[in-house]
Design a protein around this ligand. Structure first.
Ligand SMILES: Nc1ncnc2c1ncn2[C@@H]1O[C@H](COP(=O)(O)OP(=O)(O)OP(=O)(O)O)[C@@H](O)[C@H]1O
Length: 240
């Protein structure tokens, strides 16, 4: 328990007067790729915000790498890529990353490395404002990778990408995990679930499942993870 990368206990968040996260509890092990999956609006982004410490919470606790979420010692240990790419339109990819590297105190040499990791080397000198949405998203992911953070929290990093690029990024996520990085990756596309070591399936602010893809298949008797998710939804509706 003490070695968990993330410990969430009884987390409650209210947004816009509504209970958005309701008494969530789970742990995330170091070096895992945890998929946060569920329909649009179920609370994935809110949970990620709570993990990185930028979300006002209304109960429970979130402990990250042994520290309270949002505390100062965590600042350089977490990389967070939001759904809205946070890179400057009037700088090139390389210029943007050099800027963020200096802010984070990351080595300048890591700039070319993270650009290569997200498959943007051929666009390194293109202005961010001239990139496609998917390319901008990858530039933002490159910022999150700077400084080799111990925990990467990635909000829908593969949205809008073609299958080849998605494969490339999932390979990268698993390579990073094999080196000890912990990754939490959200998606509302169930076909990405099979790529995770572990799944947190959410619906309406609660966890429907917290298991490996194989355990989920075995538990529900469904090979297809989308069907497994539907099975759990129906089961929950019967019991509530
Ligand atoms: N700034 C806000 N103010 C009030 N309510 C909000 C705000 N942002 C999100 N919400 C509400 O919180 C709930 C959870 O939103 P959240 O963004 O966490 O969902 P999500 O699962 O990440 O969705 P998506 O997959 O569409 O990104 C939604 O009902 C949403 O309407």
């Amino acid at each position: 328990m003490t070695n968990s990368a993330i410990v969430v206990a009884g987390l409650r968040v209210i947004r816009g007067g509504r209970d958005v996260l309701r008494d969530l509890s789970f742990t995330v092990e170091p070096g895992s790729v945890t998929g946060l999956l569920g329909p649009s609006g179920c609370g994935k982004t809110t949970l990620m915000r709570a993990i990185v410490g930028v979300q006002l919470t209304h109960g429970g606790s979130v402990t990250v790498l042994g520290e309270p979420a949002g505390s100062k010692p965590l600042r350089n240990r977490i990389g967070y890529a939001t759904q809205n790419p946070a890179v400057y339109a009037d700088l090139t990819i390389t210029e943007s990353l050099r800027y963020f590297a200096s802010v984070l105190g990351a080595p300048r040499a890591s700039v070319a490395e993270v650009i290569e990791q997200v498959g943007l080397t051929s666009h390194a000198d293109v202005l961010v404002g001239q990139l496609s949405g998917g390319q901008r998203g990858r530039a933002s992911l490159a910022v999150a990778l700077l400084g080799s953070p111990e925990l990467l929290v990635l909000d829908e990093p593969t949205v809008g990408l073609d299958p080849v690029l998605r494969e490339h990024l999932w390979d990268l996520f698993h390579r990073l995990a094999a080196q000890g990085t912990t990754l939490v990756v959200s998606s509302h596309v169930m076909d990405e679930a099979a790529r995770c070591t572990r799944l947190l399936l959410m619906r309406e602010g609660v966890l429907l499942a917290d298991d490996s893809p194989d355990a989920l298949r075995a538990e529900t008797g469904q090979q297809d993870l989308e069907q497994a998710f539907l099975h759990l939804v129906r089961e929950k509706e019967h019991t509530s």
